[in-house]
Ligand binder design. Structure first.
Ligand code: LLP
Length: 431
């Protein structure tokens, strides 16, 4: 199995955290997201402890809540000592509802509206991660009108291509996010931030990409950012307190993906950062990271019920399920690989090649193509593994299909963290 919390029990059923998935499907219905809460807490603590150990006590991981957002998860990550990265007033509202300590919340995004800024300041947001000059001006004005000074980080694009390990100029310039160093824009933003009365520039942020398995691109990004911090220090006598290195560590979706050792990676980046700080003559800033996928992806699975099997001789076999691109758009969008299995026949030989089709009125509504299963029949439970990240958070109501429930399981038992949407919910905003 891909992860130790996924096992096959004595009935030949897939179990998650010891819970029989066939029983869960029967009890709660399908499609159903199931999240292993214990594993979620373990992943959070791994980041918290590892960052403290390698970067020092004042470092902190921020959970990138775009990966999976509902009130309960903000409570869990807060209990584990993490901050959070939010990207919209909707995520902020959810965090507020959950009672998340907002001094540990960092507001991202390349187009924060005045309403977003007002709402965040009124609620005592910790930090904005400022993307552009217009936003900087708006925050300064709105903070001033509220009689406060607002803490910010500036988003800098270091120009790293995480898949070639190279610093590439175009990667830096051609991005809708942040300010590039090599165009000089990043320096202009520092000057602008330092000149504003209601802005407290706390430091800098960068994010190089997602689903990255190697450590090198993170070290490269840290190099560029620390060099920038050193330049800024000599140019403006400004000392950065915080360096946020973003998210991006990969997770194992299939057997073909490597295992990733988060603690070892953090240790590598930390020793690199310390070395470079000494070389560049800068004090080590407080380090933040923003993991999303590597916190939640491997905590989740999705359960579906098989409806039909269509065999097209000499061509292809389709297995249709009671979900699809509305609850998991990642194959349709990115061709993402997933591991699928029959949860109720987990020990049977997988000798039937097929493509898993959703129930939408659209041929591209696929969860996976050319996977091997025991030949399914109507009523079988199909499990898609490692769906904790960017599934529910990217879900839609396409074809007026209600979103599935999220069930948390673990040593505290089982509880519905997000209710299944009803047909009535679908019409709530219709006038
Ligand atoms: N910080 C920033 C500024 C980000 O833009 C992201 C992800 C993260 C942190 C978290 O990165 P992670 O640790 O999750 O890799 N929808 C796509 C992923 C988009 C990621 C966007 N930004 C997917 O389903 O693969």
């Amino acid at each position: 199995m891909l992860y130790p919390n996924l096992t096959i029990n004595e009935n030949g059923h897939l179990a998650i955290a010891g819970f029989d998935t066939v029983d869960l499907a029967k009890k709660y219905g399908t499609a159903l997201y199931v999240i292993d809460e214990d594993r979620l807490r373990q992943n959070c603590r791994l980041y918290v402890n590892s960052m403290k150990k390698h970067f020092g006590e004042d470092s902190m991981p921020l959970y990138a809540s775009k990966a999976l957002c509902f009130t309960g998860i903000y409570r869990i990550v807060a209990e584990c000592g993490m901050g959070t990265d939010i990207v919209s007033s909707g995520e902020l509202y959810t965090a507020i509802k959950a009672g998340f300590p907002l001094e540990k919340a960092f507001f991202h995004g390349n187009n924060k509206t005045d309403a977003d800024i007002e709402y965040a300041i009124e609620n005592g947001l910790g930090y904005f991660i400022v993307d552009n000059e217009e936003e900087l001006g708006a925050i300064n004005e709105i903070a001033g009108a509220h009689g406060i000074s607002q803490k910010i980080l500036l988003r800098i694009t270091p120009g790293i291509d995480p898949h070639t390990h190279k610093a590439v100029v175009t990667g830096s310039v051609d991005s809708k996010f942040g300010s590039a160093i090599e165009t000089g824009r990043a320096y202009e933003m520092v000057e602008a931030a330092l000149s504003k009365n209601h802005i407290i520039l706390e430091g800098f942020h960068c994010h190089i990409g997602s689903q990255i398995f190697e450590c090198e691109p993170f070290c490269d990004a840290a190099d560029i950012m620390l060099k920038f911090i050193a330049d800024v220090k000599s140019k403006y006598s400004y000392r950065a307190n915080i360096l946020n290195l973003g998210g991006g560590f990969g997770v194992r979706y299939t057997e073909a993906d490597p295992h990733i050792d988060i603690d070892a990676n953090i240790a590598d980046v930390a020793s690199h950062v310390k070395k470079r700080c000494a070389e560049f003559g800068v004090d080590m800033p407080k380090i933040l990271m923003e993991p999303g996928r590597s916190i939640v992806a491997d905590t989740g699975i999705t359960l579906y019920t098989v409806g039909s099997v269509k065999e097209i001789a000499d061509l292809k076999n389709y297995v249709s399920i009671d979900g699809g691109m509305p609850d998991n758009p990642r194959y349709a969008l990115y061709g993402s690989a997933y591991t699928v299995m029959l949860a109720n026949r987990a020990n049977e030989t997988a000798d039937f090649k097929c493509s898993i089709a959703g129930r939408c009125c659209e041929s591209g509504d696929l969860i996976q193509e050319n996977v091997m299963l025991p030949r399914p029949v109507r009523g079988d439970i199909l499990a898609v593994l490692v769906t904790g990240a960017y599934n529910y958070s990217m879900a839609s109501n396409y074809n007026r299909i209600p979103r599935p429930a999220i069930l948390l399981v673990g040593k505290n038992g089982e509880r519905i963290a997000v209710k299944r949407e009803t047909f009535e919910d679908l019409c709530l905003c219709d006038n």
